[in-house]
Ligand binder design. Structure first.
Ligand SMILES: [Mg+2]
Length: 173
């Protein structure tokens, strides 16, 4: 049901993704969402553990781009600088254009590019539209009121629960 919205994989966090295995399987580029995927929605600091993971991902050989719907260019540029990664803000995900722009920066194709994000209707939908391998992560700030109460989020959580219940996706590796 609603396969265009369904992630290929669902994990608790970016730390549960086996990037080495994905590299071995031929993937070369990663499009990361920013807020609630790499950093807390309101946070301005990069967790040292996250910084290490990003460094490790680069060492494996991946090209990486941050793709964010956040309107604050200042915030997006700040994280781009401290992670030493190219970043595109105001991306209007799920619009395909920004995903294509990110691939241009990495010189990759949909077939060897991963999308990692916490939102079904933006990150996953956008990635699926052009045939990328999509990985949904649980949001970092699970208890923020807007995640529990916001109607769009409720719909996303409902879909996720349904897929898990039906065994259409499983959590983890
Ligand atoms: Mg997000």
């Amino acid at each position: 049901m609603l396969d265009i919205l369904k992630p290929k994989k669902f994990v608790e966090s970016i730390f549960d993704i086996d990037f080495e295995d994905l590299y071995k399987r031929g993937y070369r580029g990663i499009i990361f969402d920013l807020d609630n995927t790499i950093v807390p929605w309101n946070g301005n600091e990069l967790d040292p553990k996250t910084r290490d993971l990003i460094e490790n991902i680069k060492k494996i050989g991946f090209k990486v781009v941050i793709l964010s719907n956040n309107w604050s260019q200042k915030r997006v540029k700040y994280f781009s600088k401290i992670m030493k990664l190219p970043a595109l803000g105001s991306a209007f995900k799920p619009r395909v254009r920004s995903f294509k722009k990110a691939m241009e920066l990495m010189d990759t194709e949909p077939t060897n590019t991963l999308v990692v994000g916490d939102r079904i209707l933006t990150d996953i939908f956008g990635g699926n539209k052009i045939g990328m391998y999509t990985i949904l992560v649980a949001p970092i700030d699970k208890n923020e009121i807007w995640i529990k109460k916001w109607t769009v989020r409720k719909l996303e959580n409902w879909l996720l629960d349904l897929w898990i219940k039906r065994g259409e996706i499983t959590k983890g590796e």
